[in-house]
Design a protein around this ligand. Sequence first.
Ligand code: SF4
Length: 342
Amino acid sequence: MKKSLKDLSYEEIQDWATAKGLKAFVGRQIFRWMFDKKVSSASEMRNVSKPVRDLVDKSGDIKLLETEKHEKSPDDSTEKFLFRCRDGQAVETVLIRSPRRNTLCISSQVGCALGCVFCRTADMGFIRDLSSGEMAEQFIQASRISGEHITNVVFMGMGEPFRNYDASIRAAVVLNHEKGPNIAARRITLSTSGIVPRIREFAQLPYQFKLAISLNAGDNAKRNLLMPVNRRYPLPGLLEAAKHYTDVSNRHVTFEYVLIRDLNDGPEDAEALKNRLTSIPCKLNVIPFNETGGGLERPSDSDVKRFLSYLENVNFAVTLRNSGGRGIHAACGQLYHEGKTP
Ligand code: SF4
């Protein structure tokens, strides 16, 4: 598919302008219109001359996604968007409101190859990577449609961002850019299922982006069952990489733990977490499984409470996160577009 101007970085768009015989500042103006003012077409770029607007038009679409579906949870705390890409593929994006922040969960791939057993996206298989522009565009469209000031972004929707590493980092850099959406780097989180070499690479980045790891088991054999990626990158090496990230970056890592009834909610599961995580500066988010069919079950409220009680007195923070938008199937690893992909 043809690259869009939206796929370019701040620097590249200035290079594009100079290659067209324009001043670099014109490139900066265009970047601003696209990512700060969030326009969908060149015709909305008011302080840009007509010949430049024509050049932008000739360069291809800058609106990369069409909104196909927009649902709100009954309590208004969550909004889910189904966006259609230019090639007909579709991705989901979820906005989760809480009193202190509005968090947008964006997708990095159409489908996913990694086959986690609790994940609806896995059922689609891998279709394709999203471009950085398509990732940034999810933010732009969700901001426009919801009218919300989005304060946080998590790469935790469909796909494994570290299997589409360069585009995901590029999108994070654009979202962080002060001439664009200007979201603080510490409010941008990339979440991985455990692609160890990329975690080590991520630790070296000159940005304060945060890292989340979808953990789901503190026992290697159990994690093999839940997340096939663990066979390639087993738990001990993954946790070493997580520790490396915290040492190098001086930041905590967040572990996500989708709690599934009778699968990873027992005292031995909590004990394994205690043993594994004690030496890593981290926090653990426990997310009760969002039942979406497929035979796995959500633990009851008392099961959840009991599991959390096993983790009292650990030396890391443990937070219970409700799988936001339970009614509209919005949660980590549980996004799946129910519309058909042509
Ligand atoms: S949980 Fe994440 S990594 Fe695992 S299959 Fe789903 S999208 Fe892929």
